[in-house]
Design a protein around this ligand. Structure first.
Ligand code: HDE
Length: 753
């Protein structure tokens, strides 16, 4: 029993495999087993019980999993066969005429194996190729038929299964997670009334206003066509050439150049539907709606130097973070809120709600919470689920409808269309991860990879031979909102779309001093990579319309004079309603301060004091964090107490960028041994430079000094999240508090000293 109690587990996996314990999550991420938590009766739980809204992890699994069960393949205990189910006697050797003779064409087993292998890859997504997915559910706080008839919002505690895919935009499938980029935040709701895909980003606005420009935008940001460089980066000529000729992109540029472009974790970023959509009630009443996902852990980001180094140290940084958190039972959670507004509200705004380069400041329209989303299960198979999932903005359900946003219009077409190439035909909705829970019935037939066996001779409607089935649902079905249209056909842009800078300014002005400094640094870095100076000049002229402060700081960083401001498309626009919005700063959402699944390195070597490190390790583990002993190499080390201590990682295989905080040991011999190593110095230097908490146990401040951190003014360092002194207890509690705070940007200097 003692052994069982210490085995880590994931209750959702447990329910799936019918095992007592599932695969162990990585060292350090542990959770006590409580079997009473999981009962068979929770398998299809849809109306939650006393768990609603109380923040505890959910019970059991959700219905997505039930539907997928039929397709799961588990080969344990099975014999190897061909795809025809013929048992294979020898999987090591091809069939030859004599041991040294020619291989025979007759070898259907070899040919089947190689042929299948030859066709294993499918085209990657044209954008958002690199992503990570997870299952979970959406839970409705209370029925809102007054707002919409959409099924997920119709019951107290009603749970709708979801599959979510997070992604970067520009990089290819094998690129790195921490590139500066927007992040995709796509949610598929498997509702009782069909699938609804809310395909959003972690940034509430977009680069362009009209779908007509999307292929140009994507061509410009992707690796340049002649030499396919650079990978997963916007810091190159073609991107900046394009955006500097498209002033409407200025607002989104501000977001991407801010720390929003380098999130700490998928679990710590907001999501936005971006466009104005419509909610429609059963009575046919409609209001516009903008969707917001808000992470329970708050919004947190990396710093650029760290993001760049992480690209080498662990290109899968975000994927691993999401996977490990879910395996450890630390389920990521977001609240879904909506900004609701009427046609009349929309009319009086200084901007157009159909323009996806604009947000609606929360000061104008507050966010109303509707429910929460919890991700509680990793996919079983990356390709079958995360790669084959097909999100389409056209997938809406009764109660959700579109606005006339011209960007959205292009998306309604594009997503279905692209899946036909990517997934090999029009039946991609039958792939298990895409199949709706509400069974589809219609007269569509055949096509590549048809999986259904449609019975009967009727494949048309109206019919009498099948009693008229399947029949139209009438008002129970999807009815498009009857938005009246009476206009001339033409190409062009409405006047309010022509104001491109107010909200870029609003964003910049709403940032804290350090967030502004990061924006300056990002523009400086990206523009410094350009080879055509004229593009740099053009971007600077664009920035002058946003903020003189920003433009002059970037110009100074590039060693360039400030050019004249770019001429504006509209000289006297309506003044903006809001000039500062607290909600736009990352600091607006510090989160709940929990440290579960955060990574902490405790440095060890021969001759460190074992007791304080072990005590700290135990405390961190108890709090759900993931402490690791990191040594100059793997293997065991002898502490001053003469005990053995085993390293989980080495300074070489796990550089400091992988950790949210570090602990420097006490023990003179150990400190001296670590101090001799350049890697230790780099470790401390990077932790300091990346604003992360550092705990220096008694005697180890010499390691700070070797990294160039002056230790004379202790109080000042404490305020900057570096804790040193003689009282281990006091240090530890200060350190734990600092972990909740994540970062100490007050430390920064530009350039770093
Ligand atoms: Fe996408 N986008 N997009 N996009 N997008 C795709 O669909 C497209 C836009 C977004 O995890 C593609 O299945 C057009 C805005 C996400 O699978 C493609 C336009 C927003 C994902 C496509 C836009 C997004 C995609 C590529 C302008 C934020 C990944 C593969 C008219 C609201 C979904 C695919 C996943 C993926 C087209 C603009 C978000 C080609 C034409 C705005 C999160 O169909």
């Amino acid at each position: 029993d003692a052994l069982v109690a210490s085995v880590p587990y994931n209750e959702t996996k447990q329910a799936e495999h019918g095992r007592t314990h599932a695969v162990a999550p990585p060292e350090g991420l542990r959770r006590a087993v409580d079997n009473a938590d999981v009962t068979a009766s929770t398998r299809s739980e849809r109306i939650a019980n006393d768990k609603v809204g109380n923040g505890t992890p959910p019970l059991g699994v959700n219905r997505t999993i039930d539907t997928l069960d039929a397709f799961r393949v588990d080969a344990s205990g099975q014999t190897l066969t061909t795809n025809q189910g013929v048992m294979i006697a020898d999987n090591q050797h091809s069939l030859k005429a004599g041991l040294r003779g020619p291989t025979l064409l007759e070898d259907f087993i070899l040919r089947e194996k190689i042929t299948h292998f030859d066709h294993e890859r499918i085209p990657e997504r044209i954008v958002h190729a690199r992503g990570s997915g997870a299952h979970g559910y959406f839970e409705c706080y209370e029925p809102r038929p007054d707002l919409t008839r959409a099924a997920p919002f119709q019951g107290l505690g009603k749970r709708t299964p979801v599959f979510v895919r997070f992604s970067t935009v520009a990089g290819e499938r094998g690129s790195m997670d921490t590139a500066r980029d927007a992040r995709g935040f796509a949610v598929k709701f498997y509702s009782d009334e069909g699938n609804w895909d809310l395909v959003g980003n972690n940034i509430p606005v977009f680069f362009i206003q009209d779908a007509m420009k999307f292929p140009d935008l994507v061509h410009s940001v992707k690796p340049e066509p002649h030499h396919q460089m650079p990978q997963a980066a916007s810091a190159h000529d073609t991107f900046w050439d394009f955006v500097s000729l498209m002033p409407e992109s200025t607002h989104m540029l501000m977001w991407v150049m801010s720390d929003r472009g380098i999130p700490r974790s998928y679990r710590m970023m907001q999501g936005f539907g971006v466009h104005s959509y419509r909610f429609v009630t059963a009575d046919g009443e409609s209001r516009f709606v903008k969707f917001h996902w808000s992470p329970k852990l708050g919004t947190h980001s990396l710093v650029w130097d760290e993001a760049a180094k992480l690209g080498g140290a662990d290109p899968d940084y975000h994927r691993r973070d999401l996977w490990e958190a879910i395996e450890a039972g630390v389920f990521p959670e977001w609240e879904l809120g909506v900004q609701l507004f009427t046609e009349e509200d929309a009319e009086r705004f200084s901007f157009d709600v159909l323009d996806a380069t604009k947000l609606i400041p929360e000061e104008l329209i507050p966010v109303t919470p509707l429910g929460r989303m919890v991700l509680n299960r990793n996919p079983d198979n990356f390709f079958a689920e995360t790669e084959q999932v097909a999100f389409c903005t056209a997938h809406v359900i009764p109660g959700i409808d579109f606005s006339n946003d011209p960007l959205l219009a292009g998306r309604i077409h594009s997503y279905v269309d692209t899946q036909i190439t990517r997934l090999g035909g029009a039946n991609f909705h039958q792939i298990p991860i895409n199949a709706p829970i509400h069974m589809p019935f219609n007269n569509q037939r055949d096509g590549m990879h048809q999986q259904a066996i449609h019975r009967g001779r009727v494949n048309y409607e109206p019919n009498s031979l099948a009693g008229g089935c399947p029949f139209q649902a009438g008002a129970r079905g999807f009815v498009s909102f009857p938005d009246p249209v009476r206009e001339d056909k033409l190409r062009g842009t409405p006047e309010r779309f022509a104001e491109h800078y107010h909200q870029a300014t609003l964003f910049y002005e709403s940032q804290t001093t350090w967030e502004q400094a990061h924006i300056v640094g990002a523009f400086r870095f990206e523009l410094s990579k350009l080879t055509v100076p004229a593009i740099r000049t053009r971007v600077l002229s664009q920035l002058r319309n946003v903020s003189e402060d920003l433009a002059s700081r970037v110009a100074e960083g590039l060693g360039m004079p400030l050019p004249a401001a770019m001429p504006k498309a509209i000289e006297s626009p309506q003044p903006p309603e809001v000039t500062r919005s607290a909600a736009l700063s990352l600091t607006a959402r510090p989160g709940n301060g929990e440290i579960r699944a955060r990574q902490i390195a405790l440095l060890i070597a021969d001759g460190v004091d074992g007791a304080p490190l072990r005590a700290l390790h135990a405390l961190l583990t108890e709090s759900g964090a993931a402490p690791r002993f990191v040594g100059p190499r793997l293997g065991t080390f002898t502490t001053t107490e003469g005990e053995m201590m085993t390293a989980d990682a080495s300074l070489e295989n796990s550089p400091s960028v992988l950790f949210d905080a570090i602990v420097l040991p006490s023990g003179a011999t150990g400190i001296e041994a670590l101090g001799m190593l350049g890697q230790t110095v780099e470790y401390v230097m990077n932790q300091f430079r990346h604003n992360k908490p550092i705990l220096a146990l008694p005697g180890s401040s010499v390691l700070l000094e070797r990294a160039g951190i002056p230790v004379a003014r202790r109080e000042k360092l404490t305020a900057l999240g570096v804790f040193l002194g003689d009282d281990t207890g006091e240090l530890t509690s200060a350190f734990m508090g600092a972990l909740s705070r994540h970062r100490f940007p007050e430390r920064e200097t530009d350039p770093p000293r």
